[in-house]
Design a protein around this ligand. Structure first.
Ligand code: SAM
Ligand code: CA
Length: 219
């Protein structure tokens, strides 16, 4: 027993999946289809997806934002957790990546909830703010280019209702954030982690799930 977060070796991780993971067949199939992709490591882990889906249900989210779709596993997972009239504005710049996920969104019967916006996410978010959507979203997942995270955070803050939740991915960056930064992505994540720690606009929690996930609840 320990009062520190337990380290997971392969054996224990396998146990965790076997005793907790519940996936829709379309989620499992999309993970399988993404596995051979050269950038397949960008996909969130299935237990992180399941955790996010629980969060979405806990806060009764109806309107969500996703920044960084890739082949669409996290969007699919959130869409499955939303009510029938829920929606997720899914932002990415790659038609090539996002095209891979779309048949799986249809197979799961949730394609109508996922509104894909192929443009730099800052433009999509600014457009949402300009068209009167500030304060109307319940949940946001930030998982695109790391140097833009501060811009995404500010726009998500504007778009969320009080009590809305932002989940920010890769905040532990394979452990690199705890060492002197040697690249822009690491430096950006370090700066974001420090500023969020002190940001009184949010309740925060940094979780060692996946590659590190910070939850920030708009006060
Ligand atoms: N959430 C995804 C999942 O679980 O499968 C993984 C997202 S992947 C880490 C990052 C994605 O961000 C890529 O698909 C990339 O095309 C996208 N991206 C990079 N720069 C972007 C930008 N400026 N605006 C929107 N999306 C961007
Ligand atoms: Ca990620």
């Amino acid at each position: 027993m320990s009062n520190r977060t337990i380290q997971l070796d392969d054996h224990l991780y396998d146990y965790l999946l076997r005793h907790s993971l519940r996936e829709h067949p379309a989620q499992a199939a999309l993970r399988e289809a993404t596995r051979p992709h050269p950038r397949g490591g960008m996909q969130i882990s299935p237990e992180q997806g399941q955790f996010m889906s629980l969060l979405v249900k806990l806060i009764s989210a109806r309107r969500c934002i996703e920044i960084g779709v890739f082949t669409g596993y996290s969007a699919l997972t959130v869409a499955l957790a939303l009510p029938e009239d829920g929606e997720i504005i899914a932002c990415d710049i790659s038609d090539e990546y996002t095209r891979i996920g779309q048949p799986f969104w249809r197979d799961a019967g949730v394609a109508h909830k996922i509104k894909l916006r192929l443009a730099p996410a800052v433009d999509t978010l600014d457009e949402l703010i300009k068209t009167g959507n500030a304060g109307s979203f319940d949940f946001a997942f930030i998982d695109a280019d790391k140097v833009s995270y501060p811009h995404y955070l500010e726009r998500c803050y504007a778009l969320l209702r009080p009590g809305g939740l932002i989940a920010i991915d890769n905040v532990l960056w394979s452990g690199a954030v705890a060492k002197p930064a040697t690249d822009d992505d690491t430096a950006a994540l370090q700066a974001l982690n420090s500023s969020l720690h002190a940001d009184e606009r949010f309740d925060v929690s940094m979780l060692p799930i996946g590659d590190g996930l910070t939850l920030a609840r708009k006060r």
